[in-house]
Design a protein around this ligand. Structure first.
Ligand code: ADP
Length: 744
C-alpha cells in the first residue's frame, strides 16, 4: 500500500514522502486495513523498528487536520518522549483545515500544575506520570482529546511503571469514552487480552525491516536458528569480545549487553585494546573529537576520564551511572557509526532506539541481592535482540547468546530463541501502589462513593485480568487509612477529599510520604538543619533511587548518624532489635549525606569516591529531591509552617544547583553552573551588581568562563561593553565547543 493511496490529507502525504517513506510496511498496512484511519481502537504488537510510530503519525494527522482533534502521545520515559517529540516536529509545517499550523508540544515534568497552556497544542507528547498528574489537576482541555496513543503498552507488566499506565488509560477512557485508542506494544503473548480490555482490534506481527538471525555461540562457532553457522576467531579469552571483534572486522558495530554496570565497564576496558588495532586513521580522528566532547561536558570524574579514553579507542559503555549528557554523547556517536563496540546494561534495551548489526548477550543471568541468580525473561531477551540490525544500513542483524556446553546451548535455544514471550500481568493490586490512585480518584472527583471507586477500578486492566473483587478488600483498607489520616471525609454514602487530601493528590506524592512529612514538620527536630530536611525526604517511599548502605560503609554511616542524631526528625530504629530497619535507615542517612555534600559543593568525583554514587545516580537523586522538597514546602504552607516553608524553598534551589547559599544569585544565571558560579564568586564577583560592573575582559580571563560565557553573563546582568568589543565576541560565537555548558 502506497502513502499516496491513503485517505489522509494531501499535505500530510507530502511531508511523509519527503521524509523518504513511500510504501507502508506490512504491519502498518495491516493496521490501516483494520481501521486505524477510521477511528478504530487498535493494539499493534510488533517488533522494534517495524514502524509503529508511523501508524500513530497517520492517525494523528487525520484527527488534527481533518477533524480539528487533539492527540496525546504517552510514553513511559522522558528520553522516549523527547525522541518522539523530534519525530513529530516535522509536521509542524502543516496547516489545519481550520487554518493555523499544527502545534507539537512536549511536557514531562512539574507534576503540580494543570498547565492550561498545554491546551494550545494539537499533538502533545507526555510521560504517563505527567498525564496522570494532568488528569488529577483536571486540565480543562483533556476532554478535547480525540486520539490517545499509548507507547510501549507492554510495560503494564512493570511493577514500577505499569500501574500508572493502566490507571491513565482507564481514566482517559472514563473521561473521553469516544476517543480513539492506539496502543503500541512489543510482541507479547497476551496482547489480545490488552486489546479486549481496551475494546480494540488486536494486530500482532513478527515482521521486522531487517531480518534477524538469532544464534548461540559454543566454542568458536555461532549456530543460528536458521541452521547456518559462522566460525569466530579466538583472539582473547572472553567470547563476547571475540564476537564483537568479529563484527568490527567485518565493518559492523556490536552492542554487548552486560548484566551489571561493573561488568559493562570491565568488558569495555578489555575490548578496547583489541578494537583499537582495527581502527583506521580517519575513524581515530573522529573518535578523538567525541572523546574531547566527553571531557568538556560536565564535571571531570574518573568515569568521564575512563569513558573518554575508551572512546578514543573505539569503545564505550552505557549505564545508568553515566550523566545524561555523557549518555547522549555515547548514543549519538554510536548511531553515527563512530563508536564500534558499545557495552550496556539492559536498561538500554528499554529506552532509546540504538540498533547495531550484532547484539551480544554476554550473560542471560541476573543477580539480585538476597535472591541470587535468575535467568532473564523471554520478553527481556526479545527486547535486547530487537536491537539487532540497523534499518537502511544492514541487510541482516545478528544476535548471539553464549553457551559453555552442548546442554546449555540446547537450553538457550529452547528457553529463548524458540520460546514465546511471557504473558504480561497487571501489577496494580498492591496497597503501596493503589493508595495514591484511590486518593486521586476521590480527590479529582472521578468517584464520589465507595461504589464509584469500584466502578472506576473496574475499568483497569487489573480488574479485567483478576476481577474487581480481588482488590475490594485492599481498596476498602486504603479508604479506612485515608480517613484516619484526614485525607478523606465520609458523609452518608458520599466520600470527599479534605483540603489536605486534595493537595497531596495534586502534589503527586504517595499519601504515606505526605503523612511522614506532616509529622516531621509538626515535631521538628531538636536541632533543625538542612540534614533534617534531606533525611526527611530520604525517608519517604517516594525517594528514588534508594541507596543501599554497603557492608563496608555501615560503620561510617552509623557513626555519622550518631553524630547527627538530634537533627533527624524521625526516631532511629534500634540497631539490635530491628537490624533490617536499621540498615534501611542507614541507606536513608546515606542519601541525606550525599545530598548534603552536593549542596556543600563536593565535586562529583568526590561523591563517587566517598559514596560510590555515580553521576547518573546523583542526577536522579537531585531530580527526585527537587520534587519532594517542593511538595514538602507546599505542605508546610498549607499546614501553616511559613518559616519552614521558606527554608525548604532555599534548600530546594540549592539542591537543584548543588551550591552553598552564597552562590545562589550567580548560579541562577543561565549557562552558569555550580563550578563557574564558584569561580566568579572566588574572583570577587559576588552579586549580580558585581557582574554588571565588571569589565568584560576581566570576566573572560577567568578559568571556565571565556568570551562566550562572559557575553552570556553580560546579556543577563547588563553593564557597559564597548560596541566593537561586543561585535567581536558575537562574531567569534559558535566556534567554541557548545559542550562547555555545565549540566547542573
Ligand atoms: P517502532 O515504533 O515500531 O519501534 P519506528 O516507528 O521507530 O519503529 O520505525 C523505525 C524506523 O523505520 C524509523 O526510522 C522510521 O522512519 C522508519 N519507517 C517507518 N515506516 C517506514 C516505511 N513504511 N518505509 C520506510 N521506512 C519506514
Amino acid at each position: 500500500m502506497r502513502i499516496d493511496d491513503l485517505r489522509i490529507p494531501e499535505s500530510a502525504k507530502r511531508v511523509i514522502i519527503e521524509s523518504g517513506i513511500t510504501e507502508l510496511y506490512p504491519p502498518q498496512e495491516e493496521a490501516v486495513r483494520a481501521g486505524a484511519l477510521d477511528g478504530k481502537n487498535l493494539v499493534l504488537a510488533s517488533p522494534t523498528a517495524s514502524g509503529k510510530t508511523l501508524v500513530a503519525e497517520l492517525c494523528a494527522l487525520k484527527h488534527i487536520i481533518e477533524y480539528g482533534g487533539k492527540v496525546l502521545y504517552l510514553t513511559p520515559l522522558r528520553a522516549l518522549a523527547s525522541e518522539k517529540y523530534h519525530e513529530f516536529r516535522k509536521y509542524s509545517i502543516l496547516k489545519k483545515d481550520s487554518g493555523g499550523r499544527i502545534a507539537v508540544g512536549i511536557s514531562t515534568g512539574d507534576y503540580d500544575s494543570s498547565d492550561p497552556w498545554l491546551g494550545r497544542y494539537d499533538i502533545l507528547i507526555l510521560t504517563n506520570e505527567k498525564c496522570d498528574s494532568l488528569l488529577r489537576h483536571k486540565a480543562s482541555w483533556i476532554d478535547e482529546v480525540s486520539l490517545v496513543v499509548a507507547d510501549e503498552v507492554h510495560l503494564i507488566n512493570d511493577a514500577d511503571r505499569g500501574p500508572t499506565l493502566e490507571v491513565v488509560l482507564a481514566r482517559l477512557r472514563q473521561v473521553n469514552p469516544d476517543a480513539q485508542i492506539l496502543a503500541l506494544s512489543a510482541t507479547i503473548r497476551n496482547s489480545d487480552e490488552i486489546a479486549d480490555w481496551l475494546g480494540a482490534i488486536p494486530i500482532t506481527t513478527e515482521w521486522r525491516p531487517v531480518e534477524l538471525r538469532e544464534g548461540v555461540l559454543l566454542g568458536d562457532e555461532i549456530q543460528f536458528k536458521d541452521g547456518g553457522a559462522t566460525k569466530i576467531k579466538r583472539r582473547v579469552r572472553d567470547p563476547s569480545i571475540n564476537l564483537a571483534l568479529h563484527m568490527v572486522d567485518k565493518g559492523g558495530q556490536a552492542l554487548i549487553f552486560a548484566s551489571t554496570r561493573k561488568s559493562s565497564v570491565s568488558l569495555a576496558r578489555r575490548a578496547a585494546s583489541e578494537v583499537e588495532k582495527l581502527l583506521s586513521r580517519a575513524v581515530k580522528r573522529s573518535l578523538e573529537s567525541v572523546s574531547e566532547l566527553v571531557l568538556a561536558s560536565g564535571e571531570k570524574t574518573r568515569i568521564s576520564d575512563l569513558l573518554a579514553e575508551l572512546i578514543r579507542r573505539g569503545v564505550a559503555f552505557h549505564h545508568a551511572g553515566l550523566s545524561p549528557q555523557h549518555r547522549r554523547i555515547v548514543e549519538d556517536a554510536f548511531r553515527d557509526g563512530k563508536i564500534k563496540v558499545l557495552t550496556a546494561t539492559p536498561t538500554l534495551a528499554f529506552g532509546v532506539n540504538l540498533p547495531a548489526r550484532m547484539v551480544i548477550i554476554s550473560s542471560y543471568r541476573r543477580y539480585e541481592p538476597g535472591y541470587g541468580y535468575y535467568p532473564i525473561s523471554v520478553l527481556e531477551y526479545k527486547q535486547m535482540v530487537g536491537r539487532a540490525g540497523r534499518p537502511k544500513y544492514d541487510k541482516v542483524g545478528e544476535s548471539v547468546l553464549i553457551a559453555k556446553t552442548d546442554d546449555e546451548r540446547d537450553y538457550l535455544f529452547d528457553s529463548y530463541i524458540l520460546a514465546k514471550p511471557e504473558r504480561i500481568w497487571s501489577k496494580l493490586g498492591v496497597e503501596r501502589v493503589l493508595r495514591s490512585h484511590v486518593l486521586a480518584t476521590i480527590a479529582s472527583g472521578f468517584a464520589h462513593s465507595e461504589q464509584g471507586l469500584y466502578d472506576f477500578f473496574n475499568l483497569t486492566f487489573y480488574a479485567y485480568q483478576y476481577d474487581i473483587r480481588a482488590i475490594r478488600g485492599v481498596i476498602s483498607r486504603i479508604m479506612r487509612f485515608l480517613y484516619d489520616e484526614n485525607m478523606i471525609e465520609v458523609s452518608g454514602s458520599k466520600i470527599y477529599a479534605t483540603t489536605f487530601g486534595k493537595r497531596v493528590s495534586q502534589l503527586y506524592i504517595d499519601p504515606v510520604s505526605a503523612i511522614m512529612i506532616r509529622e516531621a514538620l509538626r515535631c521538628g527536630a531538636s536541632k533543625l538543619t538542612e540534614l533534617s530536611f534531606l533525611h526527611m525526604i530520604a525517608h519517604t517511599p517516594d525517594m528514588f533511587p534508594r541507596l543501599r548502605a554497603s557492608s563496608k560503609e555501615l560503620d561510617r554511616l552509623a557513626l555519622f548518624a550518631e553524630e547527627h542524631i538530634d537533627e533527624f526528625m524521625f526516631e532511629t530504629p534500634d540497631e539490635w532489635a530491628d537490624r533490617l530497619s536499621y540498615e534501611e535507615f542507614l541507606g536513608e542517612v546515606k542519601i541525606a549525606w550525599v545530598l548534603k555534600s552536593w549542596i556543600d559543593e563536593a565535586s562529583e568525583e568526590d561523591i563517587i569516591e566517598r559514596f560510590d554514587v555515580e553521576p547518573g545516580d546523583l542526577y536522579r537523586l537531585v531530580d527526585t529531591s527537587k520534587w519532594l522538597l517542593y511538595a514538602a514546602r507546599e505542605l508546610a504552607m498549607l499546614l501553616g509552617y511559613r518559616d519552614l516553608a521558606s527554608q525548604l524553598t532555599e534548600l530546594r534551589e540549592r539542591v537543584e544547583k548543588g551550591v552553598k547559599p552564597e552562590l545562589l544569585p550567580l548560579a541562577r544565571l543561565e549557562g552558569i553552573g555550580r563550578m563557574r558560579a564558584r569561580v566568579l564568586y572566588d574572583a570577587g564577583f559576588r552579586s549580580l551588581e558585581d557582574g554588571r560592573r565588571a569589565p568584560i575582559d576581566e570576566l573572560m580571563s577567568l578559568p571556565l568562563i571565556g568570551p562566550r560565557i562572559a557575553k552570556r553573563i553580560k546579556e543577563q546582568v547588563g553593564g557597559l561593553v564597548k560596541a566593537e568589543e561586543w561585535d567581536r565576541l558575537s562574531k567569534g560565537e559558535g566556534t567554541e565547543q557548545q559542550a562547555l555548558t555545565e549540566y547542573y
